[in-house]
Structure formats: structure tokens, C-alpha cells
Design a protein around this ligand. Structure first.
Ligand code: DX5
Ligand code: ZN
Length: 217
């Protein structure tokens, strides 16, 4: 799989999510940020919205669960139609079992790390995963500044994935824009979430293409 762009709809118009998705036909995935006001200090959307959108949108859904107790809830997002489910390892009680349950539902299993969470303690999990998400802002809000201090962890994660021999995608999320995407790609990321950069642009579809071109540069 080459480089992929997965726009976050956090900054889109929530009253017209399907129309917003239709504005970005070249997006590989729709990144949906699920927040529960416990794991992060913000509240967004949940299962019913994912279920409806996965029926009506052309792109598959990349669900980013910023929730407490993903062990209980994450497999239901696969049942609701999301193609990729990302849980935070800081919140998961049994990440191996959880990844297996997500895969058993036919979805891709992904593990996210907050900026201060290292990858090394989780290296043995890589064969259980389809993607690792390295957050490049503190999760909770769109429009924050990209944290350069996360670049070494992107590099380290890419090294560990290569050493494991597993086919694991490496996603970055937070402050990704035309200014920062090249740094992420150079460090080894291959799946790029962009929220405010895409939905703050006059032409979101053109911005998706511009981001893709910059990542390839
Ligand atoms: C933040 C979310 C991100 C956010 C990205 O907690 O996980 O997906 O929407 O927004 P930008 O690209 O504006 O940082
Ligand atoms: Zn996200």
C-alpha cells in the first residue's frame, strides 16, 4: 500500500457529514474521532453516527477511539461498519485480546500512542496489529500545533515495524499540514490524518491531493 491520506471530519460540518465526505472523493479513508469526555476532555460522536456514515459514504471509515474502556466498545465499531479501528494502548486493559477481537470482526486493528507514550514496551504487539498511530498532538482537539518532539518516535516505530517483518501501517495524527507532512513521511509515516488543513481549505479535495503530493516529495 502506498501513502494514504485520511482526512479527519472533526472540523467538518457535523450536520452534513455525508456531504462533507463527498467533498473529498480522493480521500483513502474517513478519519472519525470518537471522544467520550473521559479519556480526553471532549465529546464528539459514537456508534450510531459511525453506523450511518459507513452506510452512506463512499470511503471506508478509520475510527479513532479516544475512549476509556476500548476493550468493551471497540469491537462494536467494527460491527457498525468501520474498516479500521484504532484504540489507545493507554486505555486498553488487554490489547492483544482486543486486537484479535477487532480482526475477528473483519476490521483492521490499530493501536494509538499519545505523545508521551513510548513504542518500545509494545514491540511484541506488532504482529497483532495492522497499524500503529503515533499522535503528534495531545488527543482531544483539532487545530493544534504539530509536536516535532514526536518525530524520533515515528522513526523508531518504523524501525521496529521493519525489524518485526509484520505488514503494519504507520499513521500520524495531529497538526499534519503542507508544512509538516514531509517531515512525517521522511520519518517513516505512510498514513496521514489531516483535519483542519483539509476542512479549513477553500477546496478540501485539492488539499487532499496537495498533501499526497507533498508526502511523496
Ligand atoms: C485530535 C484528533 C485528530 C484531529 C486532527 O485528538 O485525533 O484526528 O482531528 O486535527 P488537526 O489535523 O487539525 O490537528
Ligand atoms: Zn484522530
Amino acid at each position: 500500500m502506498g501513502l494514504q491520506i485520511t482526512p479527519s471530519l472533526l472540523n467538518a460540518d457535523f450536520a452534513h457529514l455525508a456531504d462533507e465526505a463527498a467533498r473529498i472523493p480522493s480521500a483513502d479513508w474517513l478519519h472519525m474521532d470518537v471522544m467520550d469526555n473521559h479519556f480526553v476532555p471532549n465529546l464528539t460522536l459514537g456508534l450510531p453516527v459511525i453506523e450511518s456514515l459507513s452506510r452512506s459514504a463512499a470511503q471506508p471509515i478509520d475510527a479513532h477511539l479516544m475512549i476509556a474502556d476500548p476493550d468493551r466498545w471497540a469491537p462494536a465499531y467494527a460491527e457498525a461498519g468501520a474498516g479500521s479501528i484504532t484504540f489507545h494502548v493507554e486505555a486498553a486493559a488487554a490489547p492483544v485480546r482486543l486486537a484479535r477481537e477487532i480482526r475477528a470482526q473483519g476490521a483492521r486493528a490499530s493501536m494509538a500512542l499519545k505523545p508521551a507514550t513510548p513504542i518500545d514496551p509494545y514491540v511484541d504487539l506488532l504482529p497483532e496489529l495492522d497499524m500503529v498511530l503515533v499522535m503528534t498532538v495531545e488527543p482531544g482537539f483539532g487545530g493544534q500545533k504539530f509536536l516535532d518532539l514526536c518525530l524520533p518516535k515515528i522513526r523508531r516505530t518504523r524501525e521496529l515495524i521493519a525489524a518485526s517483518g509484520a505488514d503494519v501501517w504507520l499513521q500520524v495524527d495531529g497538526g499534519v499540514s503542507l508544512e509538516t507532512i514531509e517531515r512525517c513521511a521522511e520519518a517513516g509515516a505512510d498514513v496521514f490524518v489531516a483535519g483542519s488543513a483539509v476542512f479549513g481549505a477553500d477546496d478540501p479535495s485539492a488539499m487532499v491531493e496537495a498533501l499526497r503530493t507533498s508526502a511523496f516529495a
